[in-house]
Design a binder for this molecule. Structure first.
Ligand code: ADP
Ligand code: MG
Length: 228
């Protein structure tokens, strides 16, 4: 479903060019659970943002479900991000003044009719991630693990075909981290959603997962059960 073709990404820091990705290629099949691992600073987040059309590569192409991201206009990219991709970030990215339910509904709050219509589903998703008694809590009134579960419910509300998670357990202890992965695994098993997780923490990798290691801006090793 995702084809990354010879991607380079060079950041400009003042007059200094910082090459991060150096001609990286890989493919992610529909319905797989894929990890990108690698040392801090190796370009994992950069790659994830490029795959999610949050940023553009310096050169190369990303093809998502047979559509070239470079050929999309701003509107089409917006719609792709808004409707098809569920993003989960290390720092949860919740809105501090909104309740858990409204955070799940946040992408739709600008259109009140949509938000009202989706509200029951938002509550159902919060129940599924174990937060039925936290619906009206604001982020400051929730633990880190609970905040990340709100973010998962928010990502799920759009029934995404693709979940992109950047260090989703980076700010959580082992127990809460394991719980976040339980929800991602359940979603993957039940809906066959393609899940891509970027992490430097290899604790949550399971034998069937595909693991791609980024080093020096390239894929250093790729393993999956099929290869072994
Ligand atoms: P990782 O997620 O693997 O830790 P990143 O993709 O966040 O790595 O960053 C890779 C490198 O790119 C780092 O050296 C980082 O400092 C640099 N970098 C990331 N974003 C920017 C940016 N917006 N401007 C300049 N340099 C950046
Ligand atoms: Mg990162």
């Amino acid at each position: 479903m995702i084809r990354v073709e010879n991607i380079t990404k060079t950041y400009q820091r003042g007059s200094v060019e910082v090459p991060v990705l150096r001609g990286l290629s890989c493919e992610i099949e529909t319905g797989t659970f894929t990890f990108f691992v690698g040392p801090s600073g190796s370009g994992k987040s950069t790659l994830l943002y490029l795959m999610g059309a949050l940023d553009e590569p310096t050169s190369g192409e990303i093809v998502l479900r047979e559509r070239k991201l470079s050929a999309m206009g701003a509107r089409e990219r917006d719609q792709l991000r808004r409707n098809e991709i569920g993003f989960i970030f290390q720092s949860f990215n919740l809105l501090s003044n909104l309740t858990a339910v409204d955070n799940v509904l946040a992408p739709y709050l600008t259109i009140p009719r949509d938000a009202t219509q989706k509200r029951p589903e938002a509550i159902k998703l919060l129940r599924q991630v174990g937060l039925s008694d936290r619906l009206d809590h604001r982020p400051a009134e929730l633990s880190g693990g609970e905040q990340q579960r709100v973010a998962i419910a928010r990502a799920l509300l759009k029934k995404p075909s693709l979940i992109l998670a950047d260090e989703p357990t980076g700010e959580l202890d082992t127990e809460n981290g394991a719980e976040v992965f339980q929800h991602l695994r359940r979603l993957h098993a039940e809906l066959s959603t393609t899940v891509v997780v970027v992490t430097h923490d290899q604790r949550y990798i399971q034998p069937d997962d595909r693991v791609l290691e980024i080093r020096d801006g390239l894929i250093a090793t790729a393993t999956s059960k099929a290869d072994s």
